[in-house]
Design a protein around this ligand. Structure first.
Ligand SMILES: [Ca+2]
Ligand SMILES: [Ca+2]
Length: 188
């Protein structure tokens, strides 16, 4: 309910309640009609307050979800940065090397092994789902970019040169947070 409608109701309620009393007449209380009008106006105002609280609660929950999602993105970034930028086995590719598992993050031995990973539901490095995050997923994108324009369109995937990492956190189809950083890949 808009503030204009509230003012309208309160104004007419106030006008209605100011009954004209003739000189010498004693006002004995509220009539049935006045009670009904009062109850109606109070119910309308109660709905307005309830709607306001519901909106506030939803906004607060959304802010809390976005903060949690930001922490999940930062957590995965820390995990990726804990890996070496160079694959120790040689013959690197951007993404997982041919002999590496597709799902076991414990086996990832360089940062770009995370390319294309969809972490659903959000899990720790051992594959154990994080408590309360069953409906959250994280997606990791790794792109080769030019040092002259690192925010620009990606080039051909390569384990060499500059790479742009992006971690996005979703609840169903809604992106709650994303985190982007640059990292130097394999030396040529
Ligand atoms: Ca690797
Ligand atoms: Ca790799």
């Amino acid at each position: 309910m808009t503030r204009h409608v509230e003012h309208f109701l309160l104004f007419h309620y106030d006008t209605f309640m100011r009954r004209r009393i003739r000189p010498g007449q004693v006002e004995t209380g509220m009539s049935l009609l006045e009670v009904l009008v009062s109850a109606f106006i109070i119910s309308i105002l109660s709905v307005s307050v309830f709607q306001g609280l519901t909106t506030l609660e939803m906004e607060s929950r959304m802010a809390k979800d976005r903060m949690g999602a930001s922490l999940l993105a930062a957590d995965l970034r820390e995990e990726i940065l804990s890996k070496p930028s160079l694959d120790p086995d040689g013959r690197p590719v951007l993404g997982r090397e041919p002999d590496e598992s597709g799902t076991n993050r414990m086996s990832y031995d360089d940062q770009d092994d995370y390319a294309g990973l969809i972490d659903r539901p959000a899990s720790d490095i051992g594959g154990n789902p994080l408590s309360g995050m069953e409906r959250i997923r994280r997606e990791i994108k790794v792109e080769s970019v030019s040092p002259e324009n690192p925010a620009g369109p990606p080039g051909l995937p390569s384990p060499y040169g500059l790479r742009r990492f992006t971690v996005s956190v979703y609840h169903q189809n809604t992106e709650l947070a994303h985190l982007t950083w640059l990292s130097i890949g394999q030396p040529r």
